[in-house]
Design a protein around this ligand. Structure first.
Ligand SMILES: [Zn+2]
Length: 414
């Protein structure tokens, strides 16, 4: 997973801003020199290299490019687009996915993990972006998720398998297709008709087989897990992250702390389904289940934060009324549920990169890492809501390439 090529080979210098220091959890004054896609230097005052493009960031706030650990980028948030994917021509879905990827990047999300797409479209989109054919975030892509017969996700974003050997084979099939992450379904969920989110699905043995195959290939595993027993089966089987975690009891939280399992809560998904409702065109069975999970989900997220469970931000973008480019609403929700603004930023940058095992490449503003940057008008520690205000985002930079910018250039450097 590398960033797309940057056609502008000039060094990029960002002058006069303050940068997010993930250790101190605050902003400090620094200029940044970016070259060949990476941050080369950070200092209170730098001399722009010969021929550099210099940008005036005076009074601005620089964050690492944001990371969304759970998207379905092939979905727009149209209420039934994801789970009717198989009745829409593949080419149509591919053009749309290209648009959604660009919208996500423009909102400041320079990296995402896609946890399930029909026809493994996410894998093909990731390689089109990586080759420079399309604009979009760097992507880890799971291909199809793996679920039990009749389980959640079956028939749209997941393939069915039963028994440890079949799960192994299904995971190997995703790896063969080029998956850079793996998704397993450990319980029921909201978006599949007739499937109860309180019901566990794969057994611990089935999950362990899938985890072994993924880890053997150095890939991380995210487990869709809402039901308490499903969550615990997944943690014990060694998954890297619990996706959703609707019904977390004390034991589940204790296990997550003990094993370092991340929670990717995606609270935006049920919130939007429940609150936007059938008036938005969301099927009634989904709305009913959205309300069924909402209160418990909120309590579980609050309890996990309080207990110190590792948090990584993910939206489940692509689910009903959960649109590409609006991903930052989850960061704001996490802050409302008990994460400090600094921790909510870390969950969306440094900690997300740790979960995805890419912190040697991105997630922090440090020399040697990719120049993935977001430049804001307002201090997000004082007003986390600024992340959802597109006009307050003054620049998005991915691997040293300016994706968009309304900041003035400083003349006289060339
Ligand atoms: Zn999902």
């Amino acid at each position: 997973m590398t960033a797309p090529p940057n056609p502008d080979t000039r060094p990029l210098v960002l002058i006069g801003g303050t940068v997010f220091d993930d250790d101190a959890r605050t902003f400090r004054r620094a200029d940044a020199v970016c070259r060949e896609g990476r941050i080369e230097a950070l200092a209170e005052s730098v001399t722009a290299p010969q021929g550099a493009l210099a940008i005036d960031c005076s009074g601005k706030y620089l964050l690492p490019g944001l990371i969304d650990c759970h998207v379905h980028i092939t979905g727009s948030g149209d209420p039934t687009e994801l789970n009717t994917a198989n009745t829409t021509p593949l080419a149509t879905r591919a053009w749309r996915a290209a648009r959604y990827a660009e919208q996500t990047l423009m909102a400041g999300f320079t990296t995402v993990r896609d946890l399930g797409a029909a026809d493994q479209l996410n894998i093909h989109l990731a390689s089109a972006i990586e080759s420079g054919l399309l604009r979009g975030p760097r992507m880890l892509a799971a291909g199809l998720g793996v679920t039990m017969t009749g389980g959640h996700g079956s028939g749209f974003i997941a393939t069915e398998a039963d028994g440890p050997d079949a799960v192994r084979k299904a995971v190997r099939q995703q790896l063969r297709a080029g998956a850079t992450a793996i998704k397993l379904f450990a319980s029921g969920g909201v978006m599949t008709p007739g499937v109860d989110p309180r019901s566990p699905s794969f057994t611990e043995d089935e999950l362990r087989a899938g985890v072994e195959e993924a880890h053997k290939a150095f890939r991380i595993v995210g487990a869709h897990a809402q039901a308490t027993e499903g969550v615990k089966n997944a943690i014990r089987a060694g998954v890297d992250s619990i996706e959703h975690g609707v019904w977390l009891d004390d034991e589940a939280i204790h296990l997550m702390c003990e094993r370092g399992t991340y929670l990717v809560a995606t609270f935006t998904a049920p919130w939007q389904i429940a609150h936007r409702g059938t008036e938005a065109g969301i099927p009634a069975f989904m709305v009913a289940k959205g309300w069924q999970v909402l209160d418990s989900h909120e309590q579980s997220i609050r309890a996990a934060i309080k207990a110190g469970v590792r948090m990584a931000m993910g939206t489940d973008q692509g689910t009903p009324m959960n649109h590409p480019g609006e991903n930052a609403q989850e960061i704001i929700r996490l802050a409302a549920l008990g994460l400090s603004p600094a921790a909510a930023l870390l969950a969306s940058t440094a900690w997300a990169a740790e979960l995805l095992r890419i912190s040697d490449r991105t997630g922090r503003i440090r020399p040697g890492l990719a120049a993935d940057l977001l430049v804001l008008d307002t201090d997000p520690l004082a007003d986390i809501g600024v992340l959802a205000n597109q006009s307050a985002i003054r620049a998005v930079i991915q691997a040293g390439a300016i994706v968009r910018s309304s900041l003035p250039e400083i003349e006289g450097n060339t």
